[in-house]
Design a binder for this molecule. Sequence first.
Ligand code: ZN
Length: 82
Amino acid sequence: MLNGSPPYKGGGVKRRYIMKIKCLSCGHDFELDRSYAEYNGQVKCNTCGTLLSVKIEDGMVKSSEIVALSKRVAGEEAQAGK
Ligand SMILES: [Zn+2]
């Protein structure tokens, strides 16, 4: 019979492909699914709408930076400044 168990060391801890990205603007974590395990591009924060540029390799976030702050925040600042 086939043995379907891969020879992982470490007691059956399954590798996760959900990455958590911390938004650099509002500080909230948001998740990216396994389709982003290899990704280099922009993602949008679900909470504040800020656009982040991220680089993800092998399921690890290598870098992230703000591309554009959310328009809502920018608009509020503009109004507050009169
Ligand atoms: Zn955010």
